[in-house]
Design a protein around this ligand. Structure first.
Ligand SMILES: [Zn+2]
Length: 486
């Protein structure tokens, strides 16, 4: 069957990159795009008319929210209160526990996937906070996620997260790492087993990937084993690095060299590697370094950074600068990282921060960011068939409505979307030819019931912060209301 999907604006692809077609259609046969051209130019069996919308490639989110939320809890406290949101060393040593059981964890991941689809994401590499787990993720967690993705029709690159250490707060309020190398080895074994399972799945919706946690929570042994398993199996590795100054201090202290050099020494730094967030390189003004070559090293390595502008900004960080990384040839993809998984808002924040940092209005454009959210992510996954609307590409499509009166008038469709709208304008999406969102709704999903259950689980998750605080302060103290209740 051939479906013709028509819209007022279609972001198609040519040899020179994305191009905008007016009043156009995309023809889909099975899982592929078989035609792109003016409205009505092709013979089709069914027409899907999207009207006043921009039809574009589905968004690729490589640090994709699979949580309920945590930024709303951990991005606004004083330093002193913020310490209370980490695990205390005493909790890590004696009282570690999972706040959620396996079934609840599976629900939370699925809730995250639903949110991603509703915000226009069609390919996701999941990230969940490990703060409420008893260590990291298991083989069974990853299988449950893969099955949920398959049911929903979302394409995922995933595996269980693993680590040999966790960031903790000592009794005197200093930060350090609590190590448990045995749990790290067990987690790695689960990750390796999951790669085997994923390789047997005959679907383009599930791809095994190695997802170790942050660089400062891995032993040298686990870094090296990750690199050699990736080389052996050909899978991608995503490793959080260059994310914060504390990470840099821990890594320098333990390895004697900064994070980028550790990645290189472990054999990880290459085109197989994705690095969220890639911010604290030697040229970053907040980093104390005599060198200025990290950005060039990143570019030469072929590794991609996963830039998460909204979450980074909410934690006080910005890529310094998007334009500089891009001009140097660093591969840039985007991620949401936390709630809301809204790449349209993320893109607007990214462009805005680039202006603030450079005092130039054209330092990063909306087009540059749309490239990163589509082709950039696809290329990081080594999937030239994704992130582009052209004949032969996989049919991953997304439409944002542009007829909400609150959008105001329409100028360029991309600028109008990014400056005047949000990801909530996502109205239609398709993954490998299967319709996943129609009229802003995921067929078969009871969103009201999911929202209610998510709230109950979130309330329990919020309560559990008190038991981990090194000062055991109650949640009312850790999360004071914006205004006192009367
Ligand atoms: Zn992240």
């Amino acid at each position: 069957m051939r479906r013709g999907i028509r819209a007022r604006h279609v972001l198609a692809h040519s040899a020179e990159g994305h191009i905008m077609l007016a009043d156009a259609e995309v023809v889909v046969g099975d899982s592929r795009i078989v035609g792109v051209g003016p409205r009505g130019a092709h013979e089709v069996d069914e027409v899907i008319e999207l009207g006043a919308a921009v039809l574009m490639p589905g968004l690729v989110d490589l640090d994709a929210l699979t949580d309920i939320d945590h930024t709303i809890l951990d991005s606004w406290q004083s330093r002193e209160l913020g310490l209370g949101l980490q695990w205390s060393r005493e909790y890590a040593t004696h009282r570690r526990r999972a706040v959620f059981d396996a079934e609840e964890r599976a629900f939370i991941r699925e809730y995250g996937f639903v949110q991603l689809l509703l915000h226009g994401v069609t390919t996701a590499m999941p990230i969940a906070s490990e703060i409420h787990s008893d260590w990291a993720e298991t083989y069974d967690d990853a299988v449950a996620m893969a099955e949920a993705a398959r049911r929903l029709g979302l394409r995922v690159y995933l595996g269980p997260a693993y680590r040999s250490g966790v960031n903790v707060v000592d009794d005197d309020g200093t930060r350090s790492i609590y190590w448990n190398e045995e749990l790290g080895r067990e987690g790695f074994a689960d990750a390796a087993r999951f790669l085997g399972w994923a390789a047997e799945q005959d679907t383009d919706l599930v791809h095994g990937t190695l997802l170790p946690c942050r660089i400062e929570t891995l032993t040298e042994e686990l870094l090296r084993r990750t690199a050699s398993l990736a080389a052996e199996t050909g899978v991608l590795v995503r490793l959080h690095a260059l994310q914060g100054l504390l990470e840099r201090a821990f890594v320098l202290d333990r390895f004697g060299v900064p994070p980028l050099a550790v990645l290189e020494q472990a054999g990880l730094l290459g085109p197989n590697l994705l690095i969220p967030h890639g911010i604290y390189v030697d040229s970053n003004p907040h980093v104390d370094a005599d060198t200025d070559d990290d950005i060039a090293t990143l570019a030469a390595s072929g590794a991609a950074i996963v830039h998460c502008p909204l979450t980074s900004a909410r934690h006080g960080s910005a890529l310094d600068t998007f334009g500089r990384y891009r001009a140097a040839g660093v591969r840039i993809s985007l991620g949401t990282d936390s709630f809301p998984p809204d790449l349209v808002r993320g893109i607007d924040i990214g462009v805005t921060l680039a202006k603030v940092l450079t005092h130039q209005l054209d330092s990063a454009t909306y087009a540059n960011y749309i490239d990163a959210a589509t082709r950039g992510g696809a290329d990081a996954l080594r999937r030239p068939d994704l992130g582009r609307i052209e004949v032969g590409a996989t049919a991953d499509l997304l439409a944002f409505r542009l007829d909400d009166p609150r959008d105001g008038v329409i100028e360029d469709p991309i600028r109008t979307l990014c400056m005047n709208s949000t990801g909530r304008a996502a109205d239609f999406s398709m993954v490998a030819g299967r319709i996943t969102v129609r009229d802003g709704v995921i067929p078969g999903i009871d969103l009201a019931a999911m929202t209610q259950r998510a709230q109950e689980l979130f309330d329990r998750m919020r309560e559990a912060y008190a038991e981990r605080d090194y000062l055991r302060r109650p949640v009312g103290e850790l999360f004071p209301a914006s205004f006192p209740a009367k």
